[in-house]
Design a protein around this ligand. Sequence first.
Ligand code: T4K
Length: 370
Amino acid sequence: MEEKLITVTSPLLPDLEEFNELLQDIWNRKWITNNGHYHKELEKALCEYLKVPYISLFTNGTLPLITALQALRITGEVITTPYSFVATTHALWWNGIKPVFVDIDPTTGNIDPEKIEAAITPRTTAIMPVHVYGKPCDIIRIKEIADKYGLKVIYDAAHAFGVEVNGESVLNAGDMSTLSFHATKVYNTIEGGALIMHDAETKKRIDYLKNFGFANETTVVAPGINSKMDEIRSAYGLLNLRQVDTAIEARHQVAIKYRKSLKGIKGITFFDDMSGVKHNYSYFPIFIDAEKYGMTRDELYFKMKEQNILGRRYFYPLISTFSTYRGLESAHPENLPEAHKMANSVICLPMHHSLTEEDILRIIDIIAKR
Ligand code: T4K
């Protein structure tokens, strides 16, 4: 008998009966998109849950990045990390902005703030860091640098749903932060995303921009786009919000078990929790030192795959190696040694709320028996 397939993640799904009730209500209202009842309810509920003052829902996590850059009128060059999902850099490219890659801090996987200043030129207008795997960036140091040079900061917080530093949401850092609510995320609305901002005026502008730039029936104030979330996904999102804490706690327990079992395996390292941080356990990356472990990262990755365990090599290949970006001066591998090292050694183990004890034992068993 073929062994059960274990994927890197599995979506958090709302209760079908409850979802049916909300669908019935949407059918009764006959209002299915464009800032409807459930859209407003979800924005309100998310502000409360995430401890943020203003949020604007989007149809995915890529369009808020593109829109934030538009709203802040970012041009020229933006400093960013190569160690992310490709959407981060694509958002710059779609705005005609030149990405400037800076290496990462190997202890977190996030952009190394100490390397940012050397990459600033007269054309630099902003920094776009990523809280990779939901681990918060050094937001204090990044703010100091941004303030010193008059730069904007847009955080790609796609992985950082609910993450807090010393009781404060990490989503309040910088000028704006973006979220992804894709099916593969801790919290999902199937496809979806959001932009977090500090004031009502900015929220109003973002709401115009995600609706073609319409300020009212006859006035278009800017060349906006269509990136609205509909009522069905908003209702789905409201239901998922009720169970996300339980899902995060289940992920936490998985992380505890992984750490306990992997601790003794030579050549495998992983991140510990950061002090003062409320984590969301969105990913569980492990790093393989082939010499010490006795097998390369790819050998282990394919061995797991053969046995129906689908880990993922997030984030390999590095964004800076893709054809669009590899010609940039900052994309040169010599400029990004730590990012290359991490990308070449990482496997994200299956991490989600419905992994069983048996699943975890099976995964550990494969890693331990090399
Ligand atoms: N910024 C960052 C830092 C990001 O990581 C992302 C997205 C974005 C921006 C952009 O946000 P979005 O525009 O996507 O909202 C996935 C996701 O598509 C992407 O959202 C995510 N990051 C990225 C890290 O991962 P793939 O190509 O790895 O997904 P896929 O389809 O291979 O799915 C992975 C596994 O998840 C499957 O093996 C099984 C499981 N799965 C997936 C889906 C879609 C399910 O069990 N059910 C499902 O419905 O990109």
